[in-house]
Write a protein that binds this ligand. Sequence first.
Ligand code: ADP
Ligand code: MG
Length: 252
Amino acid sequence: MSIELRHAAACYQSADGEVEAVRDVSFAVTEGAFVSLVGPSGCGKSTLLSAIAGLEPLSGGSIRIDGQPVEGTSPKVGFMPQRDQLFEWRNIWDNVTLGLTVRGEKDAAAYAHVSELLERYGLAAFAKKKPCQLSGGMRQRCALIRTLATQPEILLLDEPFSALDYQTRLAVSADIWRILRQEGKTALLVTHDIAEAVSMSDRVIVLSRRPAVVKAELDMGALRPLPPMERRDTPEFHRYFNTIWKELDVHA
Ligand code: ADP
Ligand code: MG
């Protein structure tokens, strides 16, 4: 499934008046592509993801998913937040099947798919454990499996690795890149980490400070087939990193 934003704009009402979060953002994510949105903190990245997920309306412009205007949430769109939001009192199996339980899913095939995902991504032995018995990286993989359990076509990831320490973050981002590739999902990742965006994406969209406009859009070209850790060893990686760094203009 594809995503298309045209002249997206978003405002918030606050005690001091209107806050213009997003001014004019247009971009498209084609089916099966992995696209990252990078931009300074507070520029409107989460606001855009919420609008794509159908959680909050835009104040201007449009969003289409597979050509259809977004009107509220859709089971075709999965959302993975910053913190894993696993329930500590539920075991891993009950956590990863939560979306199915809430939906009242009776189809055994849906549960078999979750078992298979746990198996495939090294978590089957932990199904009866509580989240506190897992490492940060394993918890994040559980959160991803919970999102995949309801079989969305599109994954929206809002800084999903930011609670992890640096080494874990490298390992988990490589894991999640591989899982999303293997599952053939369309993914839109929000991050303020340039290296993460370059190491994981097919394309990177650079946003300005608030109110957000698109400053640049870069195709990762020859890096595309390479997994994240291998990309980090290439001269292209550093070239893209520097280009995005200059666009972000962090000292401004
Ligand atoms: P980012 O995810 O890029 O850090 P956000 O999309 O969360 O940025 O926020 C963009 C801007 O909108 C920020 O200035 C933030 O303070 C403001 N904002 C976000 N949510 C609300 C809200 N519910 N009410 C008022 N202002 C908000
Ligand atoms: Mg945010």
